[in-house]
Design a protein around this ligand. Sequence first.
Ligand SMILES: NC(=O)c1ccc[n+]([C@@H]2O[C@H](COP(=O)([O-])OP(=O)(O)OC[C@H]3O[C@@H](n4cnc5c(N)ncnc54)[C@H](O)[C@@H]3O)[C@@H](O)[C@H]2O)c1
Length: 333
Amino acid sequence: MYEKAFHSEDISSRSFLVTGGAGFIGSNLVEYLVKYGAGKVRVLDNLSTGFIENLDAYSNYPAFEFIKGDISDPDQCRDACQGMDYVLHQAALGSVPRSVKDPVATNLANVTGFLNMLVAARENNVRRFVYASSSSVYGDSPHLPKVEEQIGNPLSPYAVSKRVDELYADVFAKTYGMEILGLRYFNIFGPRQSPDGPYAAAIPLFMFAVLNNESPFINGDGEQSRDFTFVENAVEANIKSLFCPIEKCNGGVFNIAVGERTTVNQLFEIIRDTAGSQLKANYREERPGDIRHSLAEISKAEDSMGYKPQIKIEQGLQITFQWFKKKFFPQLQ
Ligand SMILES: NC(=O)c1ccc[n+]([C@@H]2O[C@H](COP(=O)([O-])OP(=O)(O)OC[C@H]3O[C@@H](n4cnc5c(N)ncnc54)[C@H](O)[C@@H]3O)[C@@H](O)[C@H]2O)c1
């Protein structure tokens, strides 16, 4: 992965803080930054949903540093931002159902933690702050494809938390003159996405089940659709956000997706065919807070930062499936 650089700047003397860097998307950002010789890569993560082993391959990199810490603690955020040129803020508690079950925990990490990071970045004169938002902010808006300016009411505490982040980011950019960009990720998938725990996402669950020769569950009738996005495209968006001309983007939010829609039933079929399996899915009740369809208009990110997602769903699923097989079922290699 990451055969092509998404930046043309010399990053060998620049420093990057990746919060949530032990998680799925964060560790992919670390992989990219290490591969292209970043001057310093620091991770701040409390390992609540991330894994230190996601960083094993990079821990020998001389300019790599791991801080086990929590973004709900302002002092730890301040220490982590010290000497950093850029912040890629990924740390948060993901998952709509988790937020429905425990809205206070979601708020603490996603809102209080986010605000702490903005304050710490400002105090340390960070050059640019790029953060993870979510397509969940579109909430009950019926419009398809989703365009950035047309959002509805949030349908879950998780969606509220990401919307509040966007409001804080906009206010901090305007009030303090900070350079801040938000990325509304649409269903990101790829290597290192965890299949474990009650809040795992559909793609790792389907892959794990099929490789284990078990029928996975599909929530609802499976005809709900998503703009599934391979993680390399999300890394491209983050890196381009760091270096794009700020006049066009400051304080803004950008859809990060492919601009194509796939139903959950189609997704399962691709994964099943990739595995050469005949399994059928089990259907169960819809989940509260879930939206029916999601599809992004991505021209704002294309125009503002030159985002051009290279990897479509089929290719991304192939890469991800091979990774899952090697990692969890090496005996099937
Ligand atoms: N994966 C997706 O499809 C998707 C979609 C939309 C938005 N996002 C957002 O992207 C970001 C990264 O998501 P991911 O899929 O990599 O999830 P992840 O759970 O794999 O990674 C999140 C990381 O943040 C860390 N973390 C959580 N709370 C923390 C805290 N209080 N202090 C320090 N570290 C903390 C976790 O330990 C984990 O390593 C999150 O902000 C998430 O809300 C993801």
